[in-house]
Write a protein that binds this ligand. Structure first.
Ligand SMILES: [Zn+2]
Length: 234
């Protein structure tokens, strides 16, 4: 036990064993902000890739895999690069998409809905994929953003270890800020591989989360209009 704790400490892991076990399969999120260390970005990407590669090789080695095998030897580097440059690149604020606003010249004051935005994220409790669709709506207060920017904002926050509730709120809050309007709604409908591929192995359930602010929160008619649009067949 002592030895295990020392090992965890040398790896910079200071979560206590009891709390890790308490969380177990319960998907509990702790805060709206992704829990990041203050020194999160003191290392550059290249150094992070090098260190993750080293530790991932160690994990594979501990599992008994032969790292000299042609098929396996490139895996530690591949995983490290994928973590830093792709699937967890949204941890780094430097990668946050810049949302350029345009004037709403055509005076479109109705609700804009972008539905079925594909997203891929990772469950922060198991580090396995969460994937699904996001549906986003806003009512312009004079400014609009390019549609692809909405996808990019969804992607950015998805590319972190996440819990779906926090992901939904982070996207909603970012849209409120980027668009300068309170009238924003986000619904996320996702499959969690930690539920489908292991544990209870439920492949049919999906998880829905929502974020409503401004008119979407206060006005039932506005909210229902949004819900109607996203339920429409194409
Ligand atoms: Zn999970």
């Amino acid at each position: 036990m002592k030895q295990k704790e020392t090992l965890l400490n040398t790896m910079g892991i200071n979560i206590t064993r009891a709390s890790a076990e308490d969380i177990g399969d319960e998907h509990v999120g702790t805060s709206l902000e992704t829990p990041l260390r203050e020194d999160a970005f003191e290392m550059d990407d290249e150094l992070k890739i090098e260190l993750i590669e080293k530790h991932f090789r160690e994990i594979m080695h501990i599992m008994g895999l032969d790292l000299t095998d042609d098929s396996l030897k490139g895996t530690p580097h591949r995983v490290a690069k994928m973590y830093v440059k792709e699937v967890f690149s949204g941890l780094n604020p430097a990668n946050k998409p810049v949302a350029k606003l345009f004037e709403n010249k055509y005076k479109y004051n109705e609700m804009l809905v972008e539905k079925n935005i594909t997203f891929f994220s990772h469950c922060e409790h198991h580090f396995v994929p969460i994937h699904g669709k996001a549906h986003v709506a806003y009512i312009s207060n004079g400014s609009v953003i390019g549609l692809s920017k909405i996808n990019r904002i969804v992607q950015y926050f998805s590319q972190r270890p996440q819990v779906q509730e926090r992901l939904t709120m982070q996207i909603g809050n970012e849209l409120v800020e980027a668009l300068g309007t309170d009238d924003v709604a986000v619904i996320m409908d996702a499959d969690h591989m930690c539920v489908s591929s292991r544990g209870v192995k439920d492949t049919t359930s999906s998880t829905l989360t929502s974020f409503y602010s401004g008119k979407f929160e206060k006005d039932e008619q506005t909210r229902n209009e949004f819900l109607k649009y996203i339920s429409l067949e194409r």
